[in-house]
Design a protein around this ligand. Structure first.
Ligand code: FEO
Length: 396
């Protein structure tokens, strides 16, 4: 069997992208990303999902390598975001008789994006499609992370084609499955992928996990990252914890600082956190670190401290943007503290207080507001804030 044959008759036909700089135009890709597609060869040949438009040729080549001059009977679309759907029209051109299988929302998008409204088959939740020795059953999992998202289960092989769920950034370098690859680089990239792309939709992920709980899974084929075989329970556990916004003991300090004064407050807080037994402390200078990584840290740790200078009577712009991203994801169950600075009229702390109130978090009451340079009194206030944060985290 070729390394790309995941189970007998189930083939990996996806591609690696090491060129794209930012996924969705937003999120950096230091390890690249894979767009995974799968081909099931049975009495009917079924393609599950496609790939980004830049890689259509390679997808077609991968398919031809398996079926030669044979044909494709069905294209199952689990997710319509263009990193998976952009090759649909080219598949249709090469295999004009192919039937496109999706739910009602999917097919509406197929028409909207690609002008295809014929030779389609609309499926409902729990409906099956017979393709020979196998049946494929479709489970609608809306808002993981688009409204049309669904998953496809092959009972005969106990394989779940999960769309973006259980996916991560990172190309598949040589190996395809977690048995063939060193998976170390993927775990952090899974948290970053989840927090950046799916993070807003925790309740929908929880609903999907409950729907899938009855399925026996030997293999999970996501649209990004390794095919999971021997690490399935770890992967499901990560998605379960992230979608419940469950986090580890530790503190993220995200701060803006133009000339280093607000940063001095951050340093003082960090030292005192450590002195009070917090080992996991991550400082992010918001002007330096991409928000993709700051969100990853915030999803990982229970404590969050944000610091900002006052800028044009508002928050420092990169801090304001970060609070917007946090708010959009409706991140729950965090212990929060904040601090700020100003030169002639304070506003940052006032804005952070409003942000704290809107998030409904457990908020440390002792915020610190500094005028101009740091003083022994401000240092002590920073330490008091840190002690209270550490005490609250240790109690949980
Ligand atoms: Fe990988 Fe939601 O697209």
């Amino acid at each position: 069997m070729k390394i790309t044959e995941i189970e007998k008759g189930i083939h990996y036909v996806g591609v690696n992208d090491r060129c794209k700089y930012k996924f969705e135009g937003l999120w950096p890709l230091p390890y690249g990303v894979s767009y995974n597609a799968y081909l099931i060869t049975d009495e009917k040949n079924v393609l599950v999902d496609t790939v980004d438009a830049a890689y259509t040729d390679r997808l077609l080549d991968n398919i031809t390598e398996i079926i030669g001059n044979g044909t494709l009977d069905y294209l199952v679309i689990n997710h319509m975001e263009p990193d998976h759907s952009a090759s649909i029209q080219f598949i249709r051109q090469k295999y004009p008789q192919i039937t496109i299988v999706g739910n009602a929302k999917t097919l509406e998008m197929v028409n909207g994006y690609y002008g295809i409204d014929s030779n389609t088959r609309c499926v409902k939740n729990g409906e099956s499609l017979a393709i020979g020795k196998r049946n494929l059953t479709f489970y609608l999992t809306p808002m993981v992370h688009w409204p049309e998202t669904m998953m496809t289960y092959c009972e005969a092989d106990k394989v779940l084609f999960s769309g973006d769920a259980f996916g991560c950034f990172g190309t598949l370098d040589g190996g395809i499955t977690d048995e063939q690859l060193n998976t170390e680089k993927y775990w952090g990239e899974m948290v970053r992928y989840y927090s950046n792309i799916v993070g807003k939709y925790g309740p929908a992920v929880q609903t999907a996990l409950k729907k899938l709980a009855c399925l026996e899974m030997r293999t999970i084929c996501s649209t990004h990252g390794p095919i999971w075989k021997n690490k399935i329970s770890k992967v499901i556990d990560i998605y379960d914890r992230l979608s419940r916004y469950e986090a580890e003991e530790g503190v993220v300090i995200a701060y803006g600082s133009m000339y280093g004064h607000t940063e001095q407050m951050a340093e003082e807080i960090a030292r005192e956190l450590a002195a009070n037994g917090i080992q996991e402390i991550v400082l992010h200078n918001v002007s330096h670190d991409d928000p993709s990584y700051i969100l990853q840290s915030i999803f990982r740790y229970r404590g969050l401290i944000i610091g900002s200078p006052t800028y044009s009577n508002k928050l420092f712009p990169a801090v304001e943007s970060l609070t917007h991203m946090i708010s959009t994801r409706d991140i729950k169950h965090r212990t929060f503290a904040y601090f700020g600075s100003y030169t002639w009229a304070g506003a940052a702390v006032k804005h952070l207080a409003s942000f704290a109130e809107s998030m409904k978090w457990d908020t440390v009451p002792c915020c610190v507001e500094m005028k101009q340079g740091i003083t022994p009194d401000i240092k002590e206030q920073c330490r008091a804030l840190a002690r209270e944060m550490a005490a609250r985290l240790k109690k949980q």
